[in-house]
Design a binder for this molecule. Structure first.
Ligand SMILES: NCc1[nH]cc(CCC(=O)O)c1CC(=O)O
Length: 395
């Protein structure tokens, strides 16, 4: 199906400032949803700060995925429903870069395109949002009464929740973030709560709707690969854009992205699978070999996950952003769960990551560990029963 341009046969174009022949212009593609546009503005603002003399033109497009809200997400058998049409424009030179939610970017990109840049990660965790009329009474999934309905369309979320909360029921909830919140808030709706990515809510200024943040340690929920980060897709051979993006990337987040995506890519064999993951950096110097406590303490918050090194005040880290000097230990927790929550393959592993290559290798190694623990069997059953599974798009 062809992309639906927003306005009369043309993608919506907002020219940021007047073009001057003497100045470089960069055309930036995005999906047309509110969240996608907010995210793109975040990137454009960073670019303007780094390169104030250049011009930036935003091209927003409604994609096939956006147009098929009625079909359950996991029924889609095509990849890249939310990205393909923009990629075609990038390949033809009508766009210079595309801003994605990293979580929605397929792990296999067209041969001439690449993940050119990842900016600093926002909170990667999932968030529990309880219905306003119940929010005074219940503050966690555990407290919700028997039979309460939790809205989420993500098989990763459902499988992990079934594992821990057998008293809850689950129902699809579709649409962008605002639509989903409205469905929750409607007193007539069946939902007692919904699960959303914290980062999306934060970017839309709706953080106050979050009842509690979920993680491995709080609620037993690992987030999606790439969640909370923005990925910028570029042409491999475009040095002009590489130079442009060199000033806005976050090397720590990039390496987390590569490690997480490497797990996904290795396990999926061509389709997306429900994998929960958490990665965090541990400063090399502060990491005593005999240290055992590597769980995330709630008080230490997501900054550990989002790429700020965990280092005690007295330790001097050698870490620098964006270069060869960055060589810290990464911890990864990953899980593959059967759809009924009954079977799991779970690992927690760590590695000194001194390069992007190390990060990808780490992800590959983690996926091998998951397979040793039975991940392949779980995934095979899922693929046979349900077809190909996505956690992409919308919002
Ligand atoms: N699945 C859709 C999607 N893709 C990106 C986000 C926002 C959070 C992010 O950037 O990871 C969301 C919404 C959600 O999962 O609640």
């Amino acid at each position: 199906m062809a992309a639906t341009p927003d306005v009369q046969g043309q993608p919506t174009t907002a020219i940021d400032s007047e073009s001057k022949t003497s100045t470089q212009t960069f055309k930036i593609g995005t999906r047309a949803s509110l969240l996608a546009k907010v995210q793109t503005n975040e990137v454009v603002n960073a670019l303007k700060k780094a390169w104030p003399d250049y011009h930036y033109e935003i091209v927003a497009m409604t994609t096939t995925g956006d147009n098929n809200q009625a079909t359950a997400l996991h029924k889609f058998n095509e990849k890249a429903l939310w990205t393909q049409e923009l990629e075609v424009l990038l390949q033809s030179g009508e766009l210079d870069l595309i801003v994605h939610s990293l979580k929605d970017m397929p792990t296999q990109l067209p041969h001439d395109l690449e993940l050119g840049c990842v900016t600093k990660r926002n909170d990667p965790r999932d968030a529990l949002v309880i219905k306003p009329s119940l929010a005074d009474k219940y503050r966690s999934l555990y407290e919700l009464p028997e039979g309460s309905v939790v809205g989420t369309s993500s098989l990763r979320r459902i499988a992990q929740l079934k594992q821990h909360y057998s008293h809850l029921k689950f129902a699809d909830v579709r649409g962008n973030i605002g639509t989903r919140l409205a469905k929750l808030d409607n007193p007539e709706s069946e939902y007692s709560a919904i699960i959303l990515a914290a980062a999306g809510l934060a970017r839309l200024g709706m953080e106050r709707r979050i009842t509690t943040y979920l993680s491995k340690e709080n609620g037993g929920m690992l987030h999606a690969v790439g969640q909370g980060a923005l990925g910028i897709e570029t042409r491999k051979d475009d040095q002009r854009v590489k130079d442009l993006l060199s000033k806005i990337g976050c090397e720590r987040t990039m390496r987390q992205a590569l490690a997480e995506r490497s797990v996904m890519r290795t396990l999926e064999g061509g389709c997306s699978v429900p994998i929960g993951i958490e990665t965090e950096w541990v400063s090399k110097r502060s990491f005593a070999p005999e240290s055992s406590g590597i769980g995330i303490k709630p008080a230490e918050d997501y900054h550990k996950l989002s790429g700020v090194a965990v280092s005690s005040p007295e330790s001097s880290s050698t870490t620098t952003e964006g270069g060869e000097m960055l060589a810290d230990e990464m911890i990864m927790r990953a899980i593959v769960v059967s759809l009924d929550g009954q079977e799991t393959a779970e690992v927690e592993t760590r590695k000194l990551v001194s390069s992007r290559q190390d990060a990808e290798q780490f992800g590959w190694e983690a996926s091998r560990l998951l397979v040793e623990k039975g991940a392949a069997k779980i995934l095979e059953a899922i693929t046979l029963n349900r077809g190909i599974i996505h956690e992409q798009g919308e919002a």
